[in-house]
Unconditional design. Structure first.
Length: 278
C-alpha cells in the first residue's frame, strides 16, 4: 500500500508486552464508569455516545479516549486497528483467542492482531527495524511465548490444585526496565540480563497471587528451541509463596533423581522441571 490511513498509531496503539484489552463491550463500559468514580472526572461524548475526552477534577488534565487505559493490562480500552502513517502494507486485524483463562469471565484472553502489534512497536519507538512482512511471525512467536508462560504458571498452581483446580489470569504488567532480584543476582555472577520482565496476577479461586517472570534470549542459540528461557516463580509476597518455592524445588529434585518425594511419598512431582522454573 502507499499512503497509510489517517488514524495515528502513536496515541492509540496497544502495548506489545501484554495481551489486548478486554474484548467485552460491557466490561469496557463498566471499567470506564469505575475509573470515573475513582478519579472524579467530567466526560465528553460524541453523537454515538462514545467517550472522546475526559477531564480529571484532581489535576484538571484532559485525556483523549484512546489514552484511557484498562488497569488490568495498561492498554487502551479502545484497541487500535488502524494502519500507522507511513505503513507500506496492510496487516491483518484478525485476533486469536488464547488458551489462558481470563479472570472474572468464562472466556480466555485475546491476543493482539498483527496490526495492533505493529502499532505498538511504532508507538514505543521499536519498529524501525521491523517490516510489515515480518509481523505474522513476530505475533506468532509472541503468542507462543505467552502460552508457554501460562504453562509454567499453571504448573506452579498445581501445588494448590486440591483447593483451586481452575486458576485464571487476572491482569499483567510489563516491567522491562525493572530487574527482578533473581535476575540481578544472576547478572552479578556473569549471567545475561533478561530482555523483558512481566508480573502476572493470578486468581487462585478468590486469592490474588503475583508471579514474577523473566525472559532471556541466548544469541549463541538463536534459531533453536533452546534460544529462549522463561523463568517463572511466585513473588515472595507471602509466607505461602516462599513455601511453594521450597516445595517445588523438592519436587523437581526428587523427580530428577527418581527418588521418593518426602512430601508426596511418590517419585512423580506435581510439576515437572520443564514446566516450572525458578
Amino acid at each position: 500500500m502507499g499512503n497509510a490511513a489517517s488514524s495515528p498509531c502513536m496515541e492509540e496503539a496497544c502495548r506489545s508486552d501484554t495481551f489486548p484489552a478486554a474484548s467485552s463491550q460491557q466490561e469496557q463500559q463498566q471499567q470506564q464508569r469505575d475509573a470515573r468514580r475513582r478519579e472524579g472526572s467530567s466526560v465528553s461524548y460524541n453523537v454515538y455516545n462514545q467517550v472522546i475526552q475526559e477531564k480529571s477534577q484532581e489535576d484538571g488534565t484532559t485525556r483523549k479516549r484512546e489514552d484511557l487505559l484498562d488497569p488490568r493490562n495498561n492498554m487502551p480500552l479502545q484497541a487500535n486497528q488502524e494502519p500507522c502513517p507511513g505503513q507500506k502494507e496492510l496487516l491483518s486485524t484478525d485476533r486469536i483467542q488464547s488458551n489462558i483463562p481470563k479472570g472474572g469471565t468464562d472466556t480466555t484472553w485475546l491476543y493482539p492482531s498483527p496490526q495492533m502489534f505493529y502499532n505498538a512497536l511504532k508507538r514505543k519507538g521499536k519498529g524501525d527495524d521491523v517490516e510489515e512482512k515480518d509481523m505474522e511471525s513476530v505475533v506468532a512467536a509472541h503468542n507462543t511465548m505467552n502460552e508457554i508462560t501460562w504453562q509454567h504458571v499453571w504448573a506452579w498452581e498445581q501445588l494448590h490444585r486440591n483447593s483451586c483446580p481452575n486458576p485464571s489470569l487476572l491482569r499483567f504488567l510489563g516491567r522491562p526496565d525493572d530487574l527482578s532480584p533473581l535476575a540481578r543476582i544472576r547478572s552479578w555472577f556473569g549471567g545475561p540480563s533478561p530482555f523483558d520482565r512481566h508480573d502476572w496476577y493470578v486468581d487462585r479461586c478468590g486469592t490474588e497471587v503475583r508471579y514474577v517472570i523473566d525472559f532471556y534470549f541466548d544469541e549463541d542459540k538463536a534459531g533453536s528451541t533452546d534460544a529462549f528461557e522463561i523463568v517463572v516463580r511466585p513473588a515472595l509476597d507471602s509466607p505461602g509463596a516462599a513455601l511453594d518455592r521450597v516445595k517445588m524445588q523438592i519436587y523437581k529434585t526428587c523427580a530428577k533423581y527418581g527418588v521418593p518425594c518426602p512430601i508426596t511419598g511418590t517419585t512423580t512431582a506435581h510439576a515437572s522441571q520443564d514446566h516450572a522454573s525458578g
